[in-house]
Design a protein around this ligand. Sequence first.
Ligand code: FAD
Ligand code: ZN
Length: 470
Amino acid sequence: MTDLIDQLRDCVGADHVLTEGDLTAWEQDWRKRARGKARAVVRPSSTAEVAAVVRACAAAGAALVPQGGNTGLVVGGIPDASGTQVLLSLQRMQAVRGIDRENLTMTVEAGCVLQSVQDAAEAAGLLFPLSLAAEGSCTIGGNLATNAGGTQVLRYGNARDLCLGLEVVTAQGEVWDGLAGLRKDNTGYDLRDLYIGSEGTLGIITAATLKLYPLPAATLTAWAAVPSMEAAVRLLGLAQARLASSLTGFEVMGQFALSLVVRHMPQLRVPFADASPWGVLLEASDHESEAHARAGFEALLEAALEDGCATDAVVAENIAQARALWHVRESIPLAQAQEGLNVKHDISVPISRIPAFCATTDAILQREIPGVRLVNFGHLGDGNLHYNVQAPAGDAAPAFLARHEDVVNRLVYDQVHAHGGSISAEHGVGELKAATLPKYKSPVALGLMQAVKRALDPQGILNPGRVVQG
Ligand code: FAD
Ligand code: ZN
């Protein structure tokens, strides 16, 4: 029997099976908190090659870890430390297979970088609305495998809502072609929705048919200073009532999160930085005209000032100003990293319960770890907060994490659970949350998930140990 590495070389060509040299880019996660060791990094260029690689690994009983842009935040896309897992990188599969203008769809290969998918849609005069800060390096395969969210979910939904079909290589190395691009298809179980969000544990996504939208005539951005989380939720209600489906983004940022941007990125101008406990970024897309959008936005903000749910507001005058406002929002992750590692959360609760969740959890954390600082920001329009917990001022981050990470996670997740929420709103489970999930997910749901895993991957070779354990 030939060695697995030789077989993989036969599948994709010797140049695309990497076993030595610096493999950090594939073996280390984006946050640099985990590092594994791959038996080989394999880089197929076609669906047939992916299928051949999977068949070879299945025959050898070797585990496979699919990877796109390696920007995932839950340690799901890197190999474990055993040196036995094959890292399957989809990065060479970047073809745009076609755009169907009348069907408003586009079929792309899994390794296409999100930004190039957006660009290809725009070049065809259309919009692919999925947008997140990692869009310059994450891939559409990774976005679908994690059911990524981002900043446009409020209007367009998660990655799942933007996908009409998939092509998948199964754990047995067969190819399922589900790329038809149908908006209606009730011929049985929805296999597409089973693979979306499965984080590489059920099959390898090799291509997808995506939903496109007409490009809006104008997109406007505004920033409001907001006195409390209750007020932010009220502002959201007002914006939804007045702007309806034109409201495409609604992001909330706590004062401490913004103060980190002020401190670590002094070149950025943060509106009303010291003047209010919360900042809200609103985006509206209008299909009529910029003047129409501006009038709608100004009327909304006037009503908000009158109501008291905003104490000050500014509408960006032009694209450069709008980008600068978004840049502030998108700089929070980097600014907090410069302040030192913190305990990150990606939680969701029903929007109506967000103020109570924040008030209770803030108070519990302050009581248990006095002086702890909250980097609280996120996609309020989706009920999704990145509720991150930073060491008290002056405390060293590594010592804080070593001492408090587990207890902080428990305190926060218990409150999420008590408020009817989810411990992973958009980043997924990966390895990071796989052991925690059983504490908060119903045994019935977990049992069904395990049954699906056993049915689709009976050998347990696809991304073992991630999402579901046992
Ligand atoms: P990877 O990191 O390579 O993989 C992620 C998971 O998907 C792994 O489990 C992997 O095994 C699996 N996978 C990858 N490709 C395939 C495939 N073709 N078939 C099957 N499985 C596959 N996420 C959000 O939801 N919203 C955000 O706003 C957001 N912002 C971010 C901002 C930054 C700066 C960063 C670094 C990340 C952010 N993320 C966000 C995390 C998000 O999950 C990823 O950016 C993205 O969706 C993952 O794509 P990727 O190609 O990098 O996947
Ligand atoms: Zn996010």
